[in-house]
Design a protein around this ligand. Structure first.
Ligand code: SF4
Ligand code: SF4
Length: 386
């Protein structure tokens, strides 16, 4: 492949003019949008549309960035531009409505991809997972543009370029993948890599103007970074983001497995870097997620099963914050959640630990932030100040 290239641009706000200028600035060293989108192309823009939440929660890619990128694709001569994703709950259209986008997209002639039409694809040269059912639009367009929201993630540590293409899989089939591959984090990461490289986006843009830290990807805390990232290779962009956030890349299972399997580019020494120098944009102290599988990072492979048992965290519902919407129950791939009625109170969610596979879909999707990873006894003691 051509050399991986990453471009970083400062952009303090989502003010439309500033954003368009930052986008042009980020793309310029990579050859501008025409280097990725040719005249007459059908282009799919794949933002992170995790769930229908208010824009200022920063759960989804910011709508102004979606508009700016779609316009840039049209300006480059794209014949048709689609925007779509497979949300964790609800529909692509429902999430876009919450972001106030359908009318603005229609005014510009940009179409919405419903992500409700799965087709089978078989790739004999994949590492492990050769058969997927993915959204038809992903396969039928000429180019896919990955439009990432940088967030922490309880299972994958961070959600960035590679994790964002999990949305290629339509609706309820995502839950089936969590059940099939989600019990073991490296196994799941390998599936995400096979899926990503089965149809690699031509261009990756990452919304780090405001990222999410802490209890991500659905209920974390927005944190302003003022950075927009662009790149031509998913793992390379994820490696660059980790460098800026001072997150060791081996903390991120998709990067760890990409390095082991030789997929993509995970060595910053092999990446052309444009924009401000790393030391000028690097930040310290982002609030890490509480991970479902901390043993991965603390112990060598043979001891991981033991450390996992001792240190494992599990999702816990805060009954005071739960409003009984049932979203977690419907989303849980392991059917580990029921609603429990207490006297004089609305029903609240309860997780049954023996059934739970620690996929954290419930924590990801709870609109009230009522589910958080809870540390087990040993891990709590380890954290206790002496
Ligand atoms: S825990 Fe969250 S998602 Fe589940 S029922 Fe309660 S409010 Fe809804
Ligand atoms: S309870 Fe939550 S973490 Fe456990 S399997 Fe269900 S969705 Fe996944």
């Amino acid at each position: 492949m051509e050399r991986a290239a990453i471009s970083v641009q400062r952009c303090p706000t989502y003010e439309p003019e500033l954003l368009r200028s930052a986008l042009a600035g980020a793309l310029a060293p990579l050859g501008g949008m025409p280097a990725f989108v040719s005249r007459g192309d059908r282009v799919l823009i794949k933002p992170n549309l995790l769930a229908a939440r208010a824009v200022d929660k920063h759960v989804c890619t910011h709508p102004e960035l979606v508009l700016a990128v779609a316009e840039a694709a049209l300006d480059a001569g794209a014949a048709r531009v689609y925007v779509g994703d497979s949300p964790g709950f609800g529909t692509s259209l429902g999430v876009l409505r919450k972001l106030g986008l359908p009318g603005q997209l229609a005014e510009r002639g940009i179409e919405i991809a419903a992500f409700d039409d799965p087709v089978e694809i078989v790739r004999p040269d994949s590492v492990r997972f050769r058969r997927f059912e993915i959204e038809r639009a992903v396969l039928e367009v000429d180019k896919v543009v990955n439009l990432v929201k940088i967030k922490t993630h309880a299972q994958m540590f961070m959600t960035m370029s590679v994790k964002n293409t999990f949305g290629y899989i339509v609706g309820t089939r995502k839950a089936a993948w969590h059940l099939e591959a989600g019990r073991e984090v490296d196994f799941f990461a390998t599936m995400l890599l096979d899926l990503h490289y089965l149809r690699p986006p031509v261009l990756h843009l990452a919304d780090g103007i405001v990222m999410m830290e802490g209890n991500g990807p659905g209920s974390g805390t927005p944190r302003a970074l003022g950075l927009l990232f662009a790149g031509n290779e998913g793992s390379a962009l994820d490696t660059a983001i980790c460098a800026v956030l001072n997150v060791p890349p081996h903390f991120v299972p998709t990067l760890r497995m990409a390095g082991e399997l030789g997929l993509g580019v995970t060595d910053l020494g092999k990446v052309s870097w444009y924009g401000p120098a790393l030391e000028d944009v690097a930040i310290e102290g982002i609030d890490h997620p509480i991970l479902s599988h901390p043993g991965k990072f603390l112990a060598p492979r043979p001891l991981q099963r033991l450390t996992r048992r001792l240190l494992e965290v599990r999702p816990l519902v805060d009954p005071k914050a739960c409003v009984g919407c049932r979203i977690c129950m419907e989303a849980c791939p392991a059917k580990a959640i029921t609603m429990v009625q207490k006297k004089d109170r609305p029903a609240v969610a309860r997780i049954h630990p023996p059934l739970c596979i620690h996929c954290y879909c419930c924590q990801e999707l709870c609109p009230e932030g009522a589910i958080a990873p809870k540390r087990g006894l040993v891990r709590s003691l380890l954290r206790r100040p002496s």
